[in-house]
Design a protein around this ligand. Structure first.
Ligand code: HEC
Length: 117
């Protein structure tokens, strides 16, 4: 009887800490989910027509720069219709601000991009 109780407790605990419950989405998955890949390529995957290639973004930008860029790009590239030069290409600065991503997911996505070097 005691053994059965222990097994039940074990199962409940296992379900409670199961990483696939709730918040398990990774930064890499968020990049896809938030549709960043429509404009940005990472390692030749994704469209790099409108936005710079982000394959080595972690080498040149800080975590907080990247985080700010996602939430409020105008704070990094302030003037509307200004042009940004990145890896030899010129882009119009018109990245849409992502206001709906949760703070937790924003951190994960920024950490993922910071890790690309
Ligand atoms: C509609 C196209 C578009 C989408 C969608 C988009 N971006 Fe951008 N992104 C741009 C453009 C254009 C720039 C150049 C700077 C600017 O416009 O602010 C840029 C710049 C960046 C930069 C900064 C590059 C540098 O030199 O510092 C990062 C980081 C970035 N984007 C990440 C993301 C992430 C993460 C997402 C998804 C949440 C995303 N972008 C969605 C177009 C886009």
């Amino acid at each position: 009887m005691k053994k059965l109780l222990l097994i039940v407790i074990f199962i409940i605990a296992a379900v409670a800490v199961n990483p696939t419950n709730g918040n398990a989405i990774t930064g890499k998955q968020l990049f896809k989910k938030e549709e960043c890949g429509l404009c940005h390529a990472i390692n030749k995957k994704g469209g790099a027509m409108m936005g710079p290639n982000l394959s080595v973004i972690g080498k040149i930008r800080s975590y907080s720069w990247i985080r700010r860029q996602i939430r409020n790009p105008k704070l990094n590239f302030f003037t509307p219709n200004s042009f940004v030069i990145f890896d030899g290409k010129v882009y119009e600065s018109n990245m849409p601000a992502n206001k709906k991503i949760s703070a937790n997911n924003l951190n994960k996505l920024s950490q993922y991009l910071k890790s690309l070097k």
